[in-house]
Ligand binder design. Structure first.
Ligand code: NAP
Length: 281
Protein backbone atom coordinates (compact mmCIF):
# COMPACT_ATOMS: atom_id res chain seq x y z
CA UNK A 1 0.00 0.00 0.00
CA UNK A 2 1.52 3.30 -1.04
CA UNK A 3 0.49 6.80 -0.01
CA UNK A 4 -1.75 8.42 -2.61
CA UNK A 5 -1.05 11.57 -4.54
CA UNK A 6 -2.81 14.62 -3.16
CA UNK A 7 -4.93 16.42 -5.76
CA UNK A 8 -4.29 19.95 -4.55
CA UNK A 9 -7.39 21.99 -5.34
CA UNK A 10 -5.95 25.18 -3.91
CA UNK A 11 -3.03 25.05 -6.33
CA UNK A 12 -5.36 24.34 -9.27
CA UNK A 13 -7.62 27.23 -8.21
CA UNK A 14 -4.66 29.63 -7.85
CA UNK A 15 -3.48 28.82 -11.37
CA UNK A 16 -6.98 29.44 -12.78
CA UNK A 17 -7.28 32.74 -10.89
CA UNK A 18 -3.86 33.99 -12.03
CA UNK A 19 -4.87 33.48 -15.66
CA UNK A 20 -8.21 35.19 -15.04
CA UNK A 21 -6.56 38.33 -13.64
CA UNK A 22 -4.97 38.97 -17.03
CA UNK A 23 -8.27 38.47 -18.84
CA UNK A 24 -10.06 40.81 -16.42
CA UNK A 25 -7.42 43.50 -17.04
CA UNK A 26 -7.80 43.07 -20.80
CA UNK A 27 -11.57 43.47 -20.51
CA UNK A 28 -11.16 46.62 -18.46
CA UNK A 29 -9.10 48.22 -21.23
CA UNK A 30 -12.16 47.64 -23.43
CA UNK A 31 -14.37 49.41 -20.89
CA UNK A 32 -15.93 46.22 -19.49
CA UNK A 33 -15.65 45.14 -15.85
CA UNK A 34 -16.89 41.58 -15.33
CA UNK A 35 -19.68 41.45 -12.76
CA UNK A 36 -21.28 38.60 -10.87
CA UNK A 37 -24.60 39.14 -9.11
CA UNK A 38 -25.24 36.85 -6.15
CA UNK A 39 -28.71 36.50 -4.69
CA UNK A 40 -29.10 35.26 -1.15
CA UNK A 41 -32.60 34.74 0.24
CA UNK A 42 -32.90 34.48 4.01
CA UNK A 43 -30.28 34.24 6.75
CA UNK A 44 -28.90 30.71 6.61
CA UNK A 45 -25.38 31.11 8.06
CA UNK A 46 -23.72 28.55 5.74
CA UNK A 47 -25.28 30.18 2.68
CA UNK A 48 -24.18 33.60 3.92
CA UNK A 49 -20.62 32.28 4.27
CA UNK A 50 -20.63 30.74 0.78
CA UNK A 51 -21.92 33.96 -0.79
CA UNK A 52 -19.37 36.06 1.10
CA UNK A 53 -16.53 33.74 -0.01
CA UNK A 54 -17.66 33.97 -3.63
CA UNK A 55 -17.94 37.78 -3.42
CA UNK A 56 -14.48 38.11 -1.87
CA UNK A 57 -12.99 35.80 -4.50
CA UNK A 58 -14.51 38.00 -7.24
CA UNK A 59 -13.12 41.19 -5.77
CA UNK A 60 -9.62 39.74 -5.36
CA UNK A 61 -9.28 39.33 -9.12
CA UNK A 62 -11.12 42.51 -10.14
CA UNK A 63 -14.62 41.12 -10.79
CA UNK A 64 -17.41 43.31 -9.44
CA UNK A 65 -19.51 41.43 -6.89
CA UNK A 66 -23.09 42.69 -6.75
CA UNK A 67 -24.65 41.18 -3.64
CA UNK A 68 -28.41 41.07 -3.31
CA UNK A 69 -29.76 39.93 0.04
CA UNK A 70 -33.52 39.35 0.22
CA UNK A 71 -35.48 38.63 3.41
CA UNK A 72 -36.48 35.11 4.49
CA UNK A 73 -40.18 35.79 3.67
CA UNK A 74 -39.48 36.75 0.03
CA UNK A 75 -42.10 35.43 -2.41
CA UNK A 76 -41.40 33.61 -5.64
CA UNK A 77 -42.82 36.63 -7.50
CA UNK A 78 -40.39 39.07 -5.87
CA UNK A 79 -37.45 36.77 -6.49
CA UNK A 80 -38.41 36.37 -10.15
CA UNK A 81 -38.67 40.16 -10.53
CA UNK A 82 -35.19 40.51 -9.02
CA UNK A 83 -33.74 37.93 -11.41
CA UNK A 84 -35.51 39.54 -14.40
CA UNK A 85 -34.01 42.91 -13.42
CA UNK A 86 -30.53 41.36 -13.38
CA UNK A 87 -31.20 39.68 -16.74
CA UNK A 88 -31.90 43.14 -18.22
CA UNK A 89 -28.87 44.79 -16.57
CA UNK A 90 -26.06 44.94 -19.14
CA UNK A 91 -23.50 45.58 -16.39
CA UNK A 92 -24.21 42.12 -14.91
CA UNK A 93 -22.59 39.15 -16.70
CA UNK A 94 -23.35 36.28 -14.36
CA UNK A 95 -26.15 35.49 -11.90
CA UNK A 96 -25.82 33.09 -9.01
CA UNK A 97 -28.87 32.23 -6.92
CA UNK A 98 -27.56 30.67 -3.70
CA UNK A 99 -29.50 27.56 -2.84
CA UNK A 100 -31.35 26.23 -1.00
CA UNK A 101 -33.91 29.05 -0.96
CA UNK A 102 -36.70 29.19 1.68
CA UNK A 103 -39.40 26.57 1.16
CA UNK A 104 -42.18 28.98 0.07
CA UNK A 105 -40.17 29.78 -3.07
CA UNK A 106 -40.43 27.77 -6.28
CA UNK A 107 -36.69 27.21 -6.61
CA UNK A 108 -36.87 25.49 -9.99
CA UNK A 109 -38.90 28.36 -11.47
CA UNK A 110 -36.40 30.84 -10.04
CA UNK A 111 -33.48 28.96 -11.60
CA UNK A 112 -35.30 28.76 -14.96
CA UNK A 113 -35.76 32.55 -14.93
CA UNK A 114 -32.00 33.16 -15.13
CA UNK A 115 -31.08 34.14 -18.70
CA UNK A 116 -29.05 31.34 -20.33
CA UNK A 117 -26.17 33.71 -21.22
CA UNK A 118 -25.88 34.67 -17.52
CA UNK A 119 -26.37 31.15 -16.13
CA UNK A 120 -22.75 30.82 -14.97
CA UNK A 121 -23.59 28.01 -12.51
CA UNK A 122 -25.43 25.81 -15.02
CA UNK A 123 -28.68 25.70 -13.04
CA UNK A 124 -31.20 26.19 -15.85
CA UNK A 125 -32.59 23.13 -17.58
CA UNK A 126 -31.31 24.57 -20.86
CA UNK A 127 -27.80 24.89 -19.41
CA UNK A 128 -27.96 21.36 -18.00
CA UNK A 129 -29.27 20.00 -21.31
CA UNK A 130 -26.47 21.69 -23.23
CA UNK A 131 -23.91 20.28 -20.80
CA UNK A 132 -25.36 16.78 -21.16
CA UNK A 133 -25.31 17.05 -24.96
CA UNK A 134 -21.68 18.12 -24.88
CA UNK A 135 -21.86 21.74 -26.06
CA UNK A 136 -22.63 23.46 -22.76
CA UNK A 137 -21.04 26.85 -22.21
CA UNK A 138 -21.26 26.85 -18.43
CA UNK A 139 -21.61 23.51 -16.69
CA UNK A 140 -22.38 23.65 -12.96
CA UNK A 141 -19.30 24.87 -11.16
CA UNK A 142 -18.61 21.85 -8.92
CA UNK A 143 -18.79 19.33 -11.82
CA UNK A 144 -16.62 21.72 -13.86
CA UNK A 145 -14.16 21.83 -10.94
CA UNK A 146 -13.96 18.04 -10.76
CA UNK A 147 -13.18 17.87 -14.48
CA UNK A 148 -10.62 20.69 -14.16
CA UNK A 149 -8.76 18.91 -11.36
CA UNK A 150 -8.54 15.76 -13.49
CA UNK A 151 -7.35 17.76 -16.50
CA UNK A 152 -4.65 19.54 -14.47
CA UNK A 153 -3.36 16.25 -13.10
CA UNK A 154 -3.47 14.54 -16.54
CA UNK A 155 -6.15 12.09 -15.44
CA UNK A 156 -7.95 11.01 -18.59
CA UNK A 157 -11.40 9.51 -17.82
CA UNK A 158 -11.57 7.73 -21.18
CA UNK A 159 -12.30 4.04 -20.76
CA UNK A 160 -12.34 4.28 -16.98
CA UNK A 161 -15.25 3.17 -14.85
CA UNK A 162 -16.48 6.24 -12.96
CA UNK A 163 -18.89 5.73 -10.08
CA UNK A 164 -20.71 8.89 -9.03
CA UNK A 165 -22.46 8.71 -5.67
CA UNK A 166 -25.25 11.31 -5.75
CA UNK A 167 -27.60 12.50 -8.51
CA UNK A 168 -28.47 16.09 -7.64
CA UNK A 169 -29.19 18.45 -10.55
CA UNK A 170 -26.18 20.65 -9.74
CA UNK A 171 -23.65 17.95 -8.96
CA UNK A 172 -24.18 14.23 -9.43
CA UNK A 173 -26.14 14.35 -12.69
CA UNK A 174 -24.02 16.93 -14.53
CA UNK A 175 -20.70 15.42 -13.41
CA UNK A 176 -21.93 12.06 -14.71
CA UNK A 177 -22.74 13.72 -18.04
CA UNK A 178 -19.32 15.42 -18.24
CA UNK A 179 -17.53 12.15 -17.47
CA UNK A 180 -19.61 10.36 -20.12
CA UNK A 181 -18.75 13.08 -22.63
CA UNK A 182 -15.09 12.33 -21.86
CA UNK A 183 -15.72 8.65 -22.66
CA UNK A 184 -15.79 7.26 -19.13
CA UNK A 185 -18.18 4.41 -18.39
CA UNK A 186 -20.44 5.96 -15.78
CA UNK A 187 -22.45 4.40 -12.97
CA UNK A 188 -24.61 6.77 -10.93
CA UNK A 189 -25.59 5.71 -7.41
CA UNK A 190 -28.19 7.29 -5.13
CA UNK A 191 -30.21 6.63 -2.00
CA UNK A 192 -32.10 3.70 -3.57
CA UNK A 193 -28.99 2.00 -4.92
CA UNK A 194 -28.59 -1.57 -3.68
CA UNK A 195 -25.10 -2.75 -2.67
CA UNK A 196 -23.48 0.65 -2.87
CA UNK A 197 -20.17 -0.62 -1.50
CA UNK A 198 -19.94 -3.17 -4.34
CA UNK A 199 -20.47 -0.47 -6.96
CA UNK A 200 -17.88 1.82 -5.39
CA UNK A 201 -15.39 -1.02 -5.11
CA UNK A 202 -15.49 -1.45 -8.91
CA UNK A 203 -14.68 2.18 -9.65
CA UNK A 204 -11.51 3.47 -11.28
CA UNK A 205 -12.81 6.97 -10.47
CA UNK A 206 -15.04 7.66 -7.47
CA UNK A 207 -16.94 10.94 -7.29
CA UNK A 208 -18.52 11.53 -3.88
CA UNK A 209 -21.50 13.90 -3.94
CA UNK A 210 -23.70 12.67 -1.12
CA UNK A 211 -23.67 15.31 1.62
CA UNK A 212 -22.97 12.87 4.46
CA UNK A 213 -19.72 13.05 6.43
CA UNK A 214 -17.29 10.18 5.72
CA UNK A 215 -20.12 8.17 4.19
CA UNK A 216 -17.90 6.46 1.62
CA UNK A 217 -15.58 4.12 3.46
CA UNK A 218 -11.92 3.69 2.65
CA UNK A 219 -12.32 -0.08 2.57
CA UNK A 220 -14.77 0.26 -0.37
CA UNK A 221 -12.15 1.96 -2.54
CA UNK A 222 -10.38 -0.16 -5.15
CA UNK A 223 -6.58 -0.19 -4.89
CA UNK A 224 -5.27 2.58 -7.19
CA UNK A 225 -8.60 4.32 -7.75
CA UNK A 226 -8.89 8.09 -8.13
CA UNK A 227 -11.11 9.71 -5.53
CA UNK A 228 -12.76 13.10 -5.99
CA UNK A 229 -14.65 14.21 -2.92
CA UNK A 230 -17.15 17.06 -3.56
CA UNK A 231 -18.68 16.66 -0.12
CA UNK A 232 -18.48 19.55 2.27
CA UNK A 233 -20.02 18.86 5.64
CA UNK A 234 -20.03 20.60 8.97
CA UNK A 235 -16.56 20.67 10.53
CA UNK A 236 -14.80 20.69 7.12
CA UNK A 237 -15.44 16.98 6.60
CA UNK A 238 -15.85 15.38 3.19
CA UNK A 239 -18.12 12.58 2.04
CA UNK A 240 -15.17 10.15 1.92
CA UNK A 241 -13.41 8.63 4.90
CA UNK A 242 -10.16 10.32 3.91
CA UNK A 243 -7.69 8.72 6.31
CA UNK A 244 -8.48 5.19 5.15
CA UNK A 245 -9.27 6.04 1.51
CA UNK A 246 -5.90 7.71 0.95
CA UNK A 247 -4.12 4.40 1.61
CA UNK A 248 -6.07 2.72 -1.20
CA UNK A 249 -6.39 5.52 -3.77
CA UNK A 250 -3.69 6.48 -6.26
CA UNK A 251 -4.89 10.09 -6.06
CA UNK A 252 -7.39 11.86 -3.83
CA UNK A 253 -8.77 15.34 -3.17
CA UNK A 254 -8.59 16.53 0.44
CA UNK A 255 -11.41 18.33 2.25
CA UNK A 256 -10.92 21.23 2.65
CA UNK A 257 -8.58 22.32 -0.14
CA UNK A 258 -9.82 19.98 -2.86
CA UNK A 259 -12.94 20.47 -4.97
CA UNK A 260 -14.18 23.54 -3.01
CA UNK A 261 -11.60 26.15 -4.05
CA UNK A 262 -11.74 25.00 -7.69
CA UNK A 263 -15.55 25.35 -7.65
CA UNK A 264 -15.16 29.04 -6.80
CA UNK A 265 -12.43 29.45 -9.42
CA UNK A 266 -14.75 27.95 -12.06
CA UNK A 267 -17.50 30.39 -11.07
CA UNK A 268 -15.06 33.26 -11.62
CA UNK A 269 -13.94 31.77 -14.92
CA UNK A 270 -17.51 31.42 -16.17
CA UNK A 271 -18.21 35.04 -15.20
CA UNK A 272 -15.16 36.25 -17.13
CA UNK A 273 -16.17 34.04 -20.09
CA UNK A 274 -19.65 35.63 -20.01
CA UNK A 275 -18.18 39.15 -19.86
CA UNK A 276 -15.94 38.40 -22.86
CA UNK A 277 -18.93 37.04 -24.77
CA UNK A 278 -20.87 40.25 -24.00
CA UNK A 279 -18.13 42.20 -25.79
CA UNK A 280 -18.13 40.04 -28.90
CA UNK A 281 -21.93 39.81 -29.15
P1 NAP B 1 -28.10 16.76 -2.43
O1 NAP B 1 -28.88 17.60 -3.38
O2 NAP B 1 -28.59 16.59 -1.04
O3 NAP B 1 -27.91 15.32 -3.11
C1 NAP B 1 -27.35 14.27 -2.38
C2 NAP B 1 -27.36 13.04 -3.23
O4 NAP B 1 -26.86 11.97 -2.43
C3 NAP B 1 -28.77 12.62 -3.68
O5 NAP B 1 -28.76 12.30 -5.04
C4 NAP B 1 -29.09 11.41 -2.81
O6 NAP B 1 -29.86 10.42 -3.45
C5 NAP B 1 -27.71 10.85 -2.54
N1 NAP B 1 -27.74 10.07 -1.32
C6 NAP B 1 -28.25 10.43 -0.11
N2 NAP B 1 -28.15 9.41 0.76
C7 NAP B 1 -27.58 8.39 0.11
C8 NAP B 1 -27.24 7.07 0.45
N3 NAP B 1 -27.48 6.59 1.68
N4 NAP B 1 -26.67 6.29 -0.48
C9 NAP B 1 -26.41 6.75 -1.71
N5 NAP B 1 -26.73 8.00 -2.11
C10 NAP B 1 -27.30 8.80 -1.21
O7 NAP B 1 -26.61 17.30 -2.30
P2 NAP B 1 -25.68 18.12 -3.32
O8 NAP B 1 -26.14 19.52 -3.41
O9 NAP B 1 -25.49 17.33 -4.57
O10 NAP B 1 -24.33 18.12 -2.48
C11 NAP B 1 -23.64 16.93 -2.16
C12 NAP B 1 -22.41 17.28 -1.33
O11 NAP B 1 -21.56 18.14 -2.09
C13 NAP B 1 -22.69 18.05 -0.05
O12 NAP B 1 -21.74 17.68 0.92
C14 NAP B 1 -22.48 19.49 -0.43
O13 NAP B 1 -22.10 20.31 0.68
C15 NAP B 1 -21.34 19.35 -1.37
N6 NAP B 1 -21.23 20.44 -2.33
C16 NAP B 1 -19.99 21.00 -2.43
C17 NAP B 1 -19.79 22.03 -3.32
C18 NAP B 1 -18.43 22.59 -3.40
O14 NAP B 1 -18.26 23.69 -3.88
N7 NAP B 1 -17.42 21.83 -2.99
C19 NAP B 1 -20.85 22.51 -4.08
C20 NAP B 1 -22.10 21.89 -3.99
C21 NAP B 1 -22.26 20.86 -3.10
P3 NAP B 1 -31.42 10.63 -3.87
O15 NAP B 1 -31.35 11.43 -5.14
O16 NAP B 1 -31.91 9.27 -4.08
O17 NAP B 1 -32.07 11.37 -2.74
Amino acid sequence: MSESKLLDGKAVANRVKEQLKERVEALKTQGVTPSLATILVGDDPSSETYVRMKGNACERIGIVSKKIHLPEETTTETLLETIEGLNRDDAVHGILLQHPVPSQIDERLAFETIAIEKDVDGVTSEGYGQTALGFGTYPSCTPAAIMKIMEDYDINPEGKHAVVVGRSPILGKPVGALLLNENATVTTCHSRTVNLATHVSQADIVVAAVGKPEFIKGEWIKEGAIVLDAGYNKGNIGDVEYETAKDKASAITPVPGGVGPVTIAMLLKHTVDAAEKSVTN
